[in-house]
Write a protein that binds this ligand. Structure first.
Ligand code: NAD
Length: 290
């Protein structure tokens, strides 16, 4: 199946990144969010990232301009999806929200449109069944920041057709991603390991093993990870990280019980870079202040 029009639902950290790479890859792209203010911030951030690519000499100015032209922001769900060949959902990590959204979208999107979820850990098979188009439903797990990260995990639900997986791979490759196909198990291949490392880092901080900055430095210089677990947690969003751990704890067991300290950070509103404070603090441009 040929994909020309892509609709992205949810314009938060991930949705705006997915819309950026979709528009840059040549897809006519609609970006929808229930929160109008979030859409304005998303457009600003996509333009800023495209301009930065041009300023660094990594992106042709004409391509960046064409991407901006191909991107439409929409607070009307029906208008956003009515011509979509592929709908990519990037709403909050809640099965209830995602299922309700897919049911609503199914009423407006073309019958043959493919549906995809960017969930980090929830069941693709369950969402697919609720969407009424289980064979045309797939997981597309992008990584943050989407315009820089090379991997795309394609998650095959129980009923996902081979043709849908093939189309997902073509779309991913057109976006410049390297694709791996994984089974629909909680946490797929990447979130499962990543959630565990981030959780263990919070346990260590709580136990006084070392400061957050020293744990990050140890993991970067001793284990050769490009980012420390707290830097990564702040980037992902600690609320997102906590929701993933809660799901993995419920499905895979005690190993994934969320650290109490991480929970307290979320309760205190220290959600990470997106709100200017998490484990570290940030200026409005997202630069570390401490
Ligand atoms: N943050 C990451 O690093 C990361 C990485 C991979 C996958 N994910 C997954 O991507 C999804 C989105 O995560 P995020 O970090 O972008 O979250 P976010 O909180 O930054 O953004 C979510 C957006 O969805 C909007 N929204 C809420 N309800 C909606 C609805 N009914 N319809 C449309 N939009 C709605 C919100 O207004 C918000 O703008 C989650 O499933 C998450 O697990 C996140």
């Amino acid at each position: 199946m040929e994909v020309k029009n892509v609709a992205v639902l949810g314009a938060g950290t991930m949705g705006r990144g997915i819309a950026h790479v979709a528009a840059l890859a040549g897809f006519e792209t609609e970006l929808y969010d229930i929160d109008g203010k979030c859409l304005a911030r998303a457009e600003e951030s996509i333009h800023r990232n495209l301009d930065k690519g041009v300023a660094l000499g990594k992106l042709d100015p004409g391509l960046a301009e064409a991407a901006k032209q191909r991107l439409v922001l929409d607070d009307d769900l029906a208008a956003a999806v009515e011509e979509a060949d592929l709908v990519i959902e990037a709403a909050p990590e809640s099965m209830r929200i995602k299922i309700d959204l897919f049911r609503e979208v199914a009423a407006f999107a073309p019958d043959d449109a493919l549906f995809a979820s960017n969930t980090s850990s929830l069941s693709i098979t369950e969402m697919a069944a609720a969407s009424g188009r289980a064979d045309r439903f797939v997981g597309l797990h992008f990584f943050n920041p989407v315009h820089l990260m090379k991997l795309l995990e394609i998650v095959r639900g129980h009923e996902t057709s081979e043709e849908t997986v093939d189309t997902a791979r073509e779309v991913g490759e057109q976006m410049g991603k390297t694709c791996v196909v994984v089974a629909d198990v909680p946490g797929f291949a990447t979130s499962r390991i990543n959630a565990l490392i981030g959780n263990e880092a919070f346990r260590m901080l709580e136990q006084g093993v070392a400061s957050a900055a020293d744990i990050d430095t140890a993991v970067k210089l001793g284990l050769n990870h490009p980012m420390g677990p707290f830097e990564m947690g702040d980037l992902v969003g600690l609320d997102v990280r906590l929701a993933i751990l809660e799901h993995l704890h419920a499905t895979l067991g005690e190993t994934f019980r969320p650290s109490n300290l991480m929970r307290r950070y979320v309760q205190a509103g220290r959600l990470g870079r997106k709100v200017g404070k998490g484990v570290y603090t940030y200026d409005p441009e997202g630069r570390r202040l401490d």
